[in-house]
Design a protein around this ligand. Structure first.
Ligand SMILES: Cc1cc2nc3c(=O)[nH]c(=O)nc-3n(C[C@H](O)[C@H](O)[C@H](O)COP(=O)(O)O)c2cc1C
Length: 156
């Protein structure tokens, strides 16, 4: 089994990732994911706040791939592994705290944008976005089995 190194962990935590699942018939589905955390050298957690087809696929087929590109470091990775879904216990407490922190940060960023915005339509959109809150429904844990580089950058 390959292990995640520090640059991989940084890429996963600080960029939008793309989670690919597939149905039991092999129909693929890929969606962007921002609530991604690395738990240890071989486990990635993705928090489910809006998943639908992704969860349906996971119930039928636990094979997943997660891709990320770190444009700042010109590095990209694909992680393949097996997923399991946790929807109770300490893991959910941890997910609630993480989502709360990420939402606070997002609100601060939007508030900053609001300061320089003059278009009333955009101001109203940003204000609406600031009101959106997400509640974790589950945590998707990915046990990483294979790692592929999709881009070679400053880390090599
Ligand atoms: C930038 C961005 C980040 C997102 N991050 C998450 C996330 O962390 N968790 C989540 O459940 N949905 C997230 N979504 C929503 C999913 O991409 C997707 O719309 C959702 O899973 C429903 O699609 P599905 O039915 O194919 O699963 C995000 C969407 C965008 C545009």
């Amino acid at each position: 089994m390959q292990r995640l190194d520090d640059l991989m962990k940084l890429a996963l935590r600080s960029n939008i990732c793309y989670l690919a699942t597939s149905s039991k018939e092999g129909v693929p589905n890929v969606v962007p994911m921002g609530l991604v955390e690395v738990l240890d050298d071989s486990t990635i957690a993705v928090i489910d706040v809006l998943m639908h087809k992704t969860r349906k696929n996971l119930a039928e087929n636990d094979n997943v791939a997660l891709a990320v590109t770190d444009v700042n470091r010109l590095a990209g990775y694909q992680f393949k592994g097996k997923a399991s879904v946790v929807s109770t216990g300490e893991m959910m407490e941890w997910a609630r705290e993480l989502v709360k922190k990420k939402q606070e940060k997002r609100r601060e960023l939007l508030a900053d944008r609001l300061k320089s915005e003059t278009d009333p339509e955009r101001i109203s959109k940003i204000k609406k976005l600031m009101e959106v809150t997400y509640q974790p429904k589950a945590v998707v844990l990915i046990k990483v089995k294979e790692i592929y580089r999709t881009m070679w950058g400053w880390d090599r």
